[in-house]
Design a protein around this ligand. Structure first.
Ligand code: PEP
Ligand code: MN
Length: 266
């Protein structure tokens, strides 16, 4: 099944000079210093196009850190002013969208626990009607391709045309060394349905552990993914969420140096 989706090519909304789009930043914005310092160190790598930071954190079970919320948005403004880099934030409700846009967040993403819920996705799409902002959609937590496809159809139906997919792997219930099983064929299938949709690999949430990041990032590059989103924190072991999978900006720079990235024809 091939579906026409009015998607603007990635290069028309973010300039990566023909290279894969690199998004990096902490799982969560924790403090102003942590966010601004991480962003500064990532900027210094001269290889990062967008900084990511979780502000509202959908945790599977209650009792863990659920994000700083609106308080973190002025920190993002400061980090943007200091680095000149655009920011991407996860949104799950119309209220998140309103606040993120009010504080100048540049790119929104829909998280894996939101993509599973068509009511939720439709609310997000309705809140974005008439708004010209790029939206990236993570695959649903469970391996159900139709939910991922449906999310793009709902957003495109609301007029969003700067769209991209984030492949973060799936909870399959099988034993795996990875936190989320990649199931690469799911992303390949998505691409066959929406050939013009950019796909960004998220080795951090696939891996769950720093040790597996390189191999997963390389696999995404070998499959000609359009970019990577990687969690990076100035002090990963002390991170308030996803500590085991985050990399210091320096380690992330080394990982990028060792990645074999295809030559993109211009
Ligand atoms: C995240 O990006 O920090 C996150 C919560 O990811 P996911 O939605 O893929 O679990
Ligand atoms: Mn995370």
């Amino acid at each position: 099944m091939k579906v026409e989706l009015a998607v603007e090519p990635l290069g028309s909304w973010i300039d990566t000079n023909g290279k894969p789009l690199i998004i990096a930043g902490p799982c969560s914005a924790e403090t102003e210093d942590q966010l601004v310092e991480t962003a500064r160190q990532l900027k210094a790598l001269d290889a990062v196009h967008v900084i990511r930071a979780g502000v509202w954190k959908p945790r599977t079970r209650p009792g863990s850190f659920e994000g700083m919320g609106e308080a973190a948005l002025p920190w993002i403004q400061r980090a943007k002013a200091e680095t000149g880099l655009p920011f991407a934030v996860e949104v799950a409700t119309p209220e998140h969208i309103e606040l993120a846009l009010k504080y100048g967040v540049d790119i929104l993403w829909v998280g894996a626990r939101t993509t599973v819920n068509p009511f939720n996705v439709q609310e997000i799409a309705d809140a974005l009607r008439g708004v010209d902002v790029p939206v990236l959609v993570k695959n649903p937590v469970n391996p159900d391709l139709a939910l991922w496809v449906g999310a793009f159809e709902r957003l495109a139906g609301a007029g969003i045309s700067k769209l991209g997919a984030i492949h973060r792997g799936f909870a399959t219930g099988e034993a795996s060394k990875y936190r989320n099983v990649p199931m690469w064929q799911m992303a390949i299938e998505l691409k066959s349905i929406f050939p013009q949709l950019p796909i960004i690999g998220d080795p951090s949430h696939m891996a769950g552990k720093r040790a597996y990041l390189n191999e997963l990032a390389q696999m995404a590059m070998d499959l000609n993914y359009d970019g990577l989103i990687v969690e990076s924190h100035i002090d990963p072991d002390k991170a308030w969420s996803d500590a085991a999978q985050q990399l210091t900006p320096t380690a992330f720079g080394e990982m990028l140096d060792h990645l074999q990235i295809r030559q993109v024809e211009s």
